[in-house]
Design a protein around this ligand. Sequence first.
Ligand code: NI
Length: 164
Amino acid sequence: MIKKILQKEDPALHKVCHPVTNFDRKLAGLLEDLIATLKDAQGLGLAAPQIGILRRVCVVMDDDESYLELVNPEIVSQEGEQEGFEGCLSLAGRYGIVKRPMKVKVKAQDRHGNPVEYEREGITARCFCHEIEHLDGHMYYEKTDRLFTEEEVDELMRKAEEGE
Ligand code: NI
């Protein structure tokens, strides 16, 4: 079911989420709601607290545009650095420049409780970091000096291209 995406003022986005211990039908339903809501919003990732559920669960669009389901995810290693614009469905229409590792390895569980491990770089690595932060009640704007509108981002991108 498509759920309402909470916006940054909502207290649910500023709390530490609880680990998942029951790999039941309810968890499967939560993952399905997250994917339906993410698809509808055309985003790259969505975390359970963004739909008001304080559990350590998130979904991330993979490089092949399939959706990775991450239950109790943890970043276990990281490499390199990237700096670029980042946005969030809970902070609509705003973007900030955030530094992230270029490559991360994430350990998590799937909907049945089986261990899974993903190593990704670039945008998917950025997305893993962003979504896992949501599970600890943090949002990307805490890491950035200022926020830009979509028009400002377009303008900056155009200038950067012209400058080449
Ligand atoms: Ni977000």
